[in-house]
Design a protein around this ligand. Structure first.
Ligand SMILES: Cc1cc2nc3c(=O)[nH]c(=O)nc-3n(C[C@H](O)[C@H](O)[C@H](O)COP(=O)(O)OP(=O)(O)OC[C@H]3O[C@@H](n4cnc5c(N)ncnc54)[C@H](O)[C@@H]3O)c2cc1C
Length: 481
């Protein structure tokens, strides 16, 4: 049996229901969630949410759960996708399993019964857990959907936030269904493409899309590629996954064109996953952080070995190293790819060149983009360490909030927290990959708590003064008021 063959384990009857009772008990033991303590706010009769979280993927879950567990309960989570379709896992992620080890706790808030393992064992039994090699995409998605449910997160599906605008000390969110919403803070947990979108190389002719070309992390009709010849640009995990998926679904051949002479060998992301890098990154000086940013950027990440083996065993798979693409255009039977020494033609082209971080390309942030501080505004590296694509990362505050480029920025800019890959340069790998997700949720929710507490200290002080539970009633020392 292939290590990655999906075994669909049998559900343990009543297992999950019993486990949910355990989760309820754990939360009760921890007094979670605490009562809401933030005084309600309305403007012109309209309720103002304390926080709107955009995105109900794992980072959105981590943020929303951490807020609720801090008594910040007047929140909304807005999600464009349908329930169970959040993030890439069951749509555009085309690997068989997650890259990460199965022992990842997930966004569990330190509560053992909320870990992936506890959910899996309760659902399918210990034997199934032991037999599990790595987590299948759909299984991970099921776990995340369960977390949304068991934490009772207020997720509103099928709604896209199209714009965030300043609104006199608040933020106004414009929604795809025509509504708008006011919030004191916004957390953008908008995923890997949420800080600038997909990378579309300018050497690929735009008129190839969508008939003859697609970017890897988008919906692709693989059935239409049956019997066809496919070209792919890029050597990262997603190019490999797309080549394998196409061949498994009947494509005649898949040719990957890779610029590098050898593939990256070591996953430094895994090497740096842990409390030190996750919680200590922003304690470093800008120079120290930049050195790490450049080191990680230059190392790149190899595709997982399971992915490589999956593709290599498929007839029709070809990889061409040291083959940078000069251009791709219409011609011949479909697409002509110009390489250094020859031209090749294919029926269809898939481009796996990843994601960009560019604050000018985040539609929700169009009102703020010119005012957002980037790394290039705050730090100038020595010439040998200049990396323009990393210099474009936003320079964030300690709670992952946007920072003003200069004094002309609207003050509301700092009310937006960027909990996605855009946080990487300032905070390391906490807001994108699974191992860091709890750290990002904690940082963002703590920063928001501090802000709300400060903003509401007048009302909270009055509430404290009105608090009159008589401790000494029934003792000789009771002084009636
Ligand atoms: C193919 C692939 C494989 C990966 N494999 C691994 C792995 O094995 N291990 C690992 O640690 N990491 C992996 N990652 C990285 C990371 O864990 C994932 O990208 C993960 O999905 C990040 O979670 P998230 O919550 O930040 O984003 P997502 O899961 O993408 O969720 C973001 C959500 O925001 C919603 N959204 C975005 N914009 C809006 C808007 N304006 N309005 C409303 N909703 C919006 C989206 O619909 C989406 O559901 C992988 C990433 C990819 C792309």
């Amino acid at each position: 049996m292939n290590q990655t063959t999906r075994i669909i384990p049998r559900n343990i009857p009543g297992g999950l229901a019993r486990h949910e009772a355990q989760v309820a008990r754990d939360l009760e033991m921890l007094n979670l969630p605490p009562r809401a303590w933030v005084p309600p706010l309305a403007r012109d009769g309209v309720d103002v949410r304390d926080v709107v979280v955009i995105g109900a993927g794992m980072n959105g879950i981590a943020a929303a759960g951490a807020l609720i567990f801090k008594g910040i309960r007047n929140i909304a989570v807005l999600e464009e996708s349908a329930p169970g379709q959040e993030g890439p896992w069951v749509t555009t992620a085309r690997m068989d399993t997650l890259r990460s080890p199965k022992t990842l706790p997930g966004p569990c808030f330190g509560i053992p019964s909320l870990t992936f393992r506890a959910w899996y064992e309760a659902s399918f039994g210990l034997e199934a857990w032991e037999a599990l090699y790595k987590i299948h995409n759909a299984t991970w998605q099921d776990y995340l959907s369960w977390l949304q449910r068991v934490l009772r997160l207020p997720v509103n599906h099928g709604v896209r936030v199209t714009r965030i605008s300043p609104a006199e000390g608040l933020l106004r969110l414009t929604l795809s269904d025509g509504r708008s919403m006011l919030a004191r803070r916004v957390v953008m947990a908008t995923g890997r493409a949420g800080a600038g979108g997909l990378h579309r190389p300018n050497f690929v002719a735009p008129d190839l899309f969508p008939e003859l070309a697609a970017l890897a992390p988008t919906p692709i009709d693989f059935a239409a590629l049956r019997g066809k010849s496919l070209g792919l640009i890029g050597g990262g995990a997603s190019a490999w996954d797309n080549a394998a998926t196409a061949l498994e679904q009947g494509a005649a051949e898949a040719h990957m064109y890779v610029r590098r002479a050898t593939l990256p060998q070591i996953n430094k992301g895994r090497g740096s996953a842990g409390p030190g890098f996750h919680m200590g990154w922003d304690a470093l000086s800008l120079e120290e952080r930049w050195n790490l940013i450049v080191y990680m950027h230059d190392a790149q990440a190899p595709p997982p070995h399971e992915t490589v083996k999956r593709a290599l065993k498929l007839p029709g798979f070809h990889i061409h190293l040291s083959s940078p693409t000069k251009s791709a255009r219409r011609g011949g039977r479909g697409v002509v790819i110009e390489l250094a020494d020859r031209e090749v033609t294919h029926d269809f082209l898939i481009i796996g060149t990843g994601f960009v971080v560019d604050m000018d390309r985040v539609p929700e942030l169009a009102d703020f983009a010119p005012h957002i501080a980037r790394w290039q505004d705050r730090y100038t590296p020595p010439e040998a360490l200049q990396r323009p694509e990393m210099a474009a990362f936003p320079f964030l505050g300690p709670g992952l909030e946007l920072q003003p480029r200069d004094a002309s920025a609207p003050p509301e800019l700092g009310l937006i927290h960027l909990m996605n890959y855009g946080a990487h340069a300032t905070h390391g790998g906490i807001a994108s990959d699974i191992p860091g997700v709890a750290v990002a949720g904690e940082k963002v929710s703590t920063a928001i708590l501090r802000h709300l507490f400060q903003a509401e200290i007048g009302a909270l002080r009055r509430e404290l003064e009105a608090f009159d539970e008589p401790e000494l009633e029934g003792t000789p020392f009771f002084v009636p008021r």
